[in-house]
Design a protein around this ligand. Structure first.
Ligand code: MYA
Ligand code: JJ1
Length: 388
């Protein structure tokens, strides 16, 4: 059934119920000197390229490839439209390797037709911190689909990760592969219900009118939590402490240090937004919430071309109730003109989704580890990892 994935060190469906297999790496590492030194062969018309995301022209080529060929919903109405600034941020975290930003070009024209990336991360699984690659942005041009290019790209990124003496990876996909560590559902909170209905993202509920719907999703003009403000550089140590402490309860979660928090959570205009609650009495940072900005192109609509979506990222509610903290996140997202606020049902998100009028979407997100076996699948609420 999976001619490529059956050959890879991933949990296989046939082993799914075998609780006797050991937890941890499936294959042991080998000396880096024994890793294949030459790139894998591509079909003769194509060549490998390393994409320098510092270079504006290369970044624009990657942006255009993804804008026209990346992930769509099941009815092909929307397509992810990651911005250039977002791609630069996502691909250049502390310690990133330029060689893990891999493109494929047509030899004759140099046109970029495929892409895959890795970035380094430390991910804790149970009580072990594992150096991993987070693999994302796998994309093959629509005209080159089903030619088995994806397996070659996955093998090539694997080779380049191995050359850095890293033997595990984490990735997500909308499709089922061998074998998810968990499966999350997307939930959606309407901020601009009229536009969402006009573009076919949502529907008018039964026995609902447009004006009742608009009233249903109305939010206060201003946030309600005293001391709620945008995160600043000086908050990095406190946010790191809050986040490390919070994430320690999940079975799989990133092991963030202050450098990671500065990169991944310090606000970056139109890319990532983070807010802290600073106690008005003690000036301690007691809570924290964040979301990233991932618009989608609206395909074939005469009136609108872009859906502005905020995606829940990492949230830690120590003193403020999580419900109130997330309601404030919705309020600032509405102020910033997002049309919809999306969240997965991982970490503690279940406790606010229904209450804050999120509804279940038609999309799922499957989480995977490469070369690391877990004895059994997780509940989404046991997962503390959000990939972009
Ligand atoms: S998930 C986002 C993926 N991108 C898209 O969905 C964008 C739109 N689609 C496309 O561009 C193409 O359809 C893609 C497949 C490129 C997805 N993850 O070349 P093919 C397997 C893994 O003939 P195409 C993301 O970015 C498929 O099961 N494998 O197919 C995370 C089949 O194998 P098998 C996938 O449609 C990526 C084979 O590919 C995916 O032309 C993580 C068919 O190849 C998928 N999303 O191209 C990658 N989709 O026969 C893994 C299909 O066995 C990283 N396939 O079923 C692993 C860790 C590596 C590092 C390890 C370090 C130690
Ligand atoms: O956005 C998604 N679905 C939307 C739009 C559906 C359009 C028709 N298919 C959706 N809308 C309903 C919202 C409604 C709002 C009021 C309350 C009730 C709900 O369900 C879905 C997620 O649900 N998105 C996708 O399908 C995109 C792909 C998801 C897989 C992503 C793979 C990630 C790649 C790895 O990096």
């Amino acid at each position: 059934r999976h001619r490529f994935w059956e050959t890879q060190p991933v949990g296989q469906f046939k082993d799914a119920r075998d609780g006797s297999l050991p937890e941890g790496p499936i294959e042991p590492p080998i000396p880096v000197s024994a890793v294949k030194q030459e790139p894998y062969n591509l079909p003769a018309l194509y060549e490998w390229t390393t994409c320098d995301m510092d270079d504006d022209q290369t970044c624009a080529e990657v942006y255009n490839l993804l804008t026209n060929n990346y992930v769509e919903d099941d009815e092909n109405m929307f397509r992810f439209n990651y911005s250039k600034e977002f791609l630069r941020w996502a691909l250049r975290p502390p310690g990133y390797f330029k060689g893990w930003h891999i493109g494929v070009r047509v030899k004759a024209t140099k046109k970029l037709v495929a892409f895959i990336t890795g970035v380094p991360a430390r991910i804790r699984v149970l009580d072990e911190v594992v150096r991993m690659a987070e693999v994302n942005f796998l994309c093959v041009h629509k005209k080159l689909r089903s030619k088995r290019l994806a397996p070659v790209m996955i093998k090539e990124v694997t080779r380049r990760v191995h050359l850095e003496n890293i033997w595990q990876a984490a990735y997500t996909a909308g499709v089922v592969l061998p074998t998810p560590i968990t499966t999350c559902r997307y939930w959606h909170r309407s901020l601009n219900p009229k536009k969402l209905i006009d573009v076919g993202f949502s529907r008018l509920g039964a026995r609902m009118t447009m004006s009742r719907t608009i009233r249903l999703y109305k939010l206060p003009e201003a946030t309600v939590t005293p001391g709620f403000r945008k995160m600043e550089l000086r908050d990095v140590p406190a946010v790191t402490r809050l986040l490390r402490d919070y994430l320690s309860q999940f079975v799989v979660a990133p092991d963030f240090d202050e450098n990671d928090v500065e990169h991944w959570l310090l606000p970056l205009e139109n890319v990532v937004d983070s807010f802290v609650v600073e106690s008005p009495e003690t000036h301690e940072v007691t809570d924290f919430c964040s979301f990233y900005s991932l618009p989608s192109s609206i395909l074939n609509n005469p009136n609108y071309s872009v859906l502005k979506a905020a995606y829940s990222y990492y949230n830690v509610a120590m003193r403020t109730p999580l419900l109130q903290l997330m309601n404030d996140a919705l309020i600032v997202a509405k102020q910033k003109d997002y049309d919809v606020f999306n969240a997965l049902d991982l970490m503690h998100n279940e406790v606010f989704l229904k209450e804050l009028k999120f509804g279940p979407g038609d999309g799922q997100l499957h989480y995977y580890l490469y070369n690391y076996r877990l004895r059994s699948a997780l509940q989404p609420s046991e997962l503390g990892l959000v990939l972009l």
